[in-house]
Design a protein around this ligand. Structure first.
Ligand SMILES: NC(=O)c1ccc[n+]([C@@H]2O[C@H](COP(=O)([O-])OP(=O)(O)OC[C@H]3O[C@@H](n4cnc5c(N)ncnc54)[C@H](O)[C@@H]3O)[C@@H](O)[C@H]2O)c1
Length: 354
């Protein structure tokens, strides 16, 4: 297959590029390192691009900006893609408030540019859009909770499996990021349903793994481990540090993309996360990353919770598992943390050597 991966130097994009290249597919990556523009030098993804180039056989890359409609149009007219894995984004909930126009242009307009170019040039292609659980805004916070010693959890057993796709996406506070992603999410669904295109929308929980260029504003576990290993201070925002996230390794995300690509269902929406088995609170993540890294994490508490933040979010992935029974979570939370610790150690050594 000829595959386009946008955001190919990022966490999910690079995992997808590696995975599909190793299978013998032709992968074209688009990434203009805009993560550095959003988050400064700590968000720079060039290390990952270099790694990708060294580790792949056929991978090609262009620093195209997905906001550049003419350049996207030209790319699609030249290459005939059979699969588009759209991962490029302004990915931070909190960062969006400082750059609302840029956030919308990248997340909403950039996605529309890609959908329309696909319709014009490769209407039969499969298109996977990486959406987010932030499209639900803070509606998941209406689920009754109980407070345990180190985490919040759902109070009722019927909520135990987590949030499914029937959760409403309007009349809630999203953050501007959640709103720009919701615009893109709806547009992607619409191209799937209205034009009967092979489009799938994945609403991610916390996507993670060692390929993340973790920064305070994006990349929960990656950033936490980085602070534990390199020093500095981690800030916990609100909810006593008992807020819960479910974490999924980027490999398992790419496996889900592969399953969808092999048997696409036009316009479908899926929650995708690590589920209850891979859920952890911030307090628990601090303890576990200290145990695994052997380093003490210095952290401070700010009782101001992030606006629109989820208190307890666990992805109910039963719809995806029903539609794609071959898919499963292969990486446990400890395995993920161990990988992040090992790769952060290597990166720290390399940056000292440079
Ligand atoms: N990581 C998470 O926890 C998480 C959770 C839910 C959803 N998602 C979604 O999954 C997708 C992938 O997330 P990620 O964690 O890999 O993000 P990432 O920031 O690691 O990767 C995104 C990449 O896109 C590139 N990019 C940004 N703007 C661009 C533009 N205008 N043109 C070309 N390239 C551009 C960046 O340089 C970066 O390398 C995003 O859509 C994100 O919103 C991520």
């Amino acid at each position: 297959m000829r595959i386009l991966v946008t955001g190919s130097s990022g966490l999910i994009g690079s995992e997808a590029a590696l995975y599909f290249d190793a299978q013998g597919h032709e992968v074209f990556g688009v990434d203009n390192n805009m993560r550095r523009v959003f988050f400064g030098p700590a968000g720079d993804t060039l290390w990952n691009l270099e790694r990708l180039k060294a580790a792949t056989e056929r991978f090609r890359h262009a620093a195209i900006d997905i906001r550049d409609r003419a350049a996207i149009e030209e790319l699609f007219a030249t290459e005939r893609f059979e699969l588009i894995v759209h991962c490029a984004a302004q990915p931070s909930h909190d960062k969006a408030r400082d750059i609302p126009v840029l956030d919308f242009e990248v997340n909403a307009l950039g996605t529309l540019n890609l959908l329309e170019a696909t319709r014009q040039h490769s209407p039969e292609a499969v298109f996977v859009f990486m959406s987010t659980n932030k499209v639900y805004g803070d509606a998941p916070n209406e689920i009754p909770l109980r407070e345990l010693e180190t985490r919040y959890d759902y109070a009722r057993t019927e909520d135990f499996a987590g949030v499914d796709e029937t959760c409403r996406i309007d009349r809630t506070m999203h953050s501007l990021f959640g709103a720009s992603k919701a615009a893109a999410d709806l547009m992607a669904q619409e191209y799937g349903r209205y034009f009967s295109m092979n489009i799938g929308v994945f609403r991610g929980g916390c996507l993670t793994g060692p390929l993340h260029s973790g920064v305070e504003l994006h990349g929960f576990l990656s950033y936490l481990v980085k602070v534990a290993l390199n020093g500095g201070r981690y800030t916990v925002f609100g909810y006593k540090g008992k807020q819960v996230r479910d974490n999924i390794h980027s490999y398992d995300v790419v496996r889900a993309i592969e399953e969808f690509a092999a048997n696409p269902r036009p316009g479908e929406v899926y929650n995708l996360g690590g589920g209850r088995q891979n859920s952890i609170s911030v307090l628990e993540a601090i303890t576990r990353s200290q145990e695994l890294s052997g380093r003490k994490l210095h952290w401070a508490y700010n009782d101001q919770a992030r606006k629109g933040d989820h208190i307890c979010y666990i992805s109910d992935t039963s719809k995806f598992r029903r539609h794609y029974p071959r898919w499963e979570i292969t990486r446990s939370l400890d395995a993920i943390l161990e990988e992040i610790v090992a790769s952060s150690r290597i990166q720290a050594v390399n940056s000292v050597a440079r």
